[in-house]
Ligand binder design. Structure first.
Ligand code: CMP
Length: 149
């Protein structure tokens, strides 16, 4: 169902640190004001097993265990966003992975507190966006803009 949206969607996660601090609505508001359409959204929790699966590309990294622990430490909000050049534009909106280097006004500059607790995730390529969307959502949970309007 989302095959024809390849290149126009990205997967975001509002991470446990930002959800716990009550930043979810402010973050969602910034995303929508930046021109992204929410086409799927859910509040959920990653089990350790799911977090290991989601971050499998990082499994050899020194921070992997801590990342899995953190990402399964509380509720998250996973979102599919639709926009032209969604992956690139969303990564600009959220800012550098490390909040110290995130540009002023970006989501990580405003809400992240460390490289690990960096408030939000955005897919890093169209291929990964596609895989990550399928990780969190079934086709029945995705409502493309042209189907809604
Ligand atoms: P994100 O890009 O959303 O997904 C992978 C996460 O790993 C990344 O955000 C950071 O939160 C985390 N990460 C990346 N590099 C490091 C690092 N050097 N130390 C700790 N966490 C990291």
């Amino acid at each position: 169902m989302i095959y024809h949206m390849f290149g126009k969607i990205t997967l975001s996660i509002i991470k446990p640190d930002a959800v716990k601090k009550g930043h979810s609505i402010s973050i969602l508001s910034k995303i929508v004001h930046a021109g992204f359409h929410i086409v799927a959204l859910k509040m959920t929790e990653l089990s350790k097993k799911s977090a290991i699966k989601f971050y499998k590309e990082h499994k050899e990294k020194s921070f992997f265990e801590s990342l899995v622990e953190f990402m399964s430490s509380g509720p998250i909000i996973s979102i599919i966003l639709e926009k032209e050049n969604a992956v690139r534009d969303f990564r600009i909106l959220i800012g550098n992975t490390n909040p110290i280097d995130a540009e002023k006004g970006t989501i990580r500059n405003l809400y992240a507190t460390s490289l690990e607790k960096n408030a939000i995730h955005g897919s890093d390529s169209n291929q990964n966006a596609f895989k990550e969307c399928q990780f969190f959502f079934s086709s029945r949970e995705i409502f493309l803009i042209e189907d809604i309007l």
